[in-house]
Design a protein around this ligand. Structure first.
Ligand code: FSX
Length: 371
């Protein structure tokens, strides 16, 4: 991703900008086709999306970063350049971004104020990082507290995208004992649409998808009860995991270097949080579709779920009794097994009810059910 903020580099439409970058109509249509599939839109919408995006003026975007590690921006910049995702991000009018903008000091703040004035009611506000409510001095930019900057900038925004688990749920800064009193964007903004794009960091194409939807329809995509786009967060990692057949057969790696691990068996017993994590990693993958943690031999850590830092050790298996699943498959009997099976089914029922309602089941909830 190019790092300059160049709001006047392509004053025309996105389509003009794309062709100036040498992107053919066919390439762009192919990109829109994959986006419509990911957004769970009918295939015929690809053409509509391509038309709408290429005729759109560049969308003004103000990006604020608060308490975070910069991983979310890093995630965006890690894609291979030049991808179409990069170009689309390059071709929006990114009027303010702490990390990427060339301007600093007065002129940087001026750019934010100017953009808010010029695009009042129309700009998209993207926020990463949580907001410290314990003391306004804990995190400031240009002498302005995170809280004041958020409230001031949110006022004229058409919509707000909370990017990353910190902005969506408090994330790492909000982990116990939450020394700064960190809160999410959604806890503070109640009078505007806020879309959560969690993940620590989130998948770049999910951010692109949200933006493409906004450019095409002038609205945010369909959200679940936690404000996340259903198209990307509608199913668990486990639901779409290519190792799932091993889970169903009760075949588990017991350590990272045993024979089972080498055969690619399920990582559940090594702490994989895929069964309780709603995200698209298993389908969209990372680094241009190359891989995702489970494919690389490490369990999912559940980074897109609320409070995942406090949800227990990363390398301890969920308390959902997989032993019962295997025992069931092997035809084992006994009181312990029967109880385990009951709990397994209970947990499964809880999860499928949550899935139907597009809600999250937390690790703690599953543990509670076992007690
Ligand atoms: Fe948080 Fe993002 Fe994790 Fe880091 O901006 S979601 S700590 S990847 O950087 O906010």
């Amino acid at each position: 991703m190019k790092s300059s903020i160049k709001s006047d580099a392509f004053p025309g439409t996105v389509g003009e900008g794309l062709s100036a970058h040498g992107v053919s109509r066919r390439e762009f249509l192919a990109f829109c086709t994959s986006l419509t599939a990911m957004l769970a839109l009918p295939p015929a919408m690809a053409g509509v999306m391509a038309e709408a995006i290429s005729h759109a003026r560049r969308q003004s975007v103000i990006w604020l970063s608060f308490q975070e590690c910069t991983g979310c921006t890093e995630s965006l910049t890690r894609s291979h350049a030049p991808t179409l995702e990069n170009l689309i991000f390059d071709l929006i009018s990114l009027d303010y971004h702490h990390t990427l903008q060339a301007a600093s000091g007065e002129s940087a703040e001026q750019a934010r104020i100017q953009s808010m004035k010029d695009n009042a009611g129309k700009y998209l506000l993207i926020v990463d990082g949580s907001i410290p409510m314990g003391n306004p001095g804990f995190s400031t930019i240009a002498g302005i507290s995170n809280y004041d900057m958020l409230m001031e900038t949110a006022k004229g925004a058409a919509a707000i995208v909370a990017v990353g688990t910190c902005a969506a749920y408090g994330g790492l800064p909000g982990a116990s004992p939450n020394p700064t009193g960190a809160v999410s964007v959604g806890e503070l903004i109640r009078d505007k649409p806020v879309i959560n794009v969690p993940g620590c960091p989130p998948i770049p194409v999910v951010m692109t998808g949200v933006l493409a939807h906004f450019l095409t329809f002038g609205s945010l995509p369909e959200l679940d009860a936690q404000g996340r786009p259903r198209a990307f967060y509608g199913e668990t990692i486990h639901d779409r995991c290519y190792r799932r057949p091993f889970y169903d057969q009760g075949k588990f790696a017991q350590s990272f270097d045993d024979e089972a691990a080498r055969h690619g068996w399920c990582l559940f017993k090594l702490g994989c949080k895929g069964p309780v994590t709603y995200n698209a990693c298993a389908t969209t993958k990372w680094n241009d579709g190359t891989s995702f943690p489970i494919q690389s031999g490490h369990g999912c850590i559940g980074c897109s779920e609320p409070n995942f830092w406090d949800a227990g050790p990363l390398y301890s298996a969920l308390s959902m009794p997989v032993s019962a699943t295997s025992a069931m498959l092997e035809g084992a009997a006994g009181i312990g097994t029967a109880a385990g099976v009951a709990i397994t089914w209970h947990n499964r029922k809880t999860k499928s009810a949550a899935k139907a309602a597009h809600e999250t089941v937390t690790v703690q909830e599953l543990i509670r059910e076992e007690k």
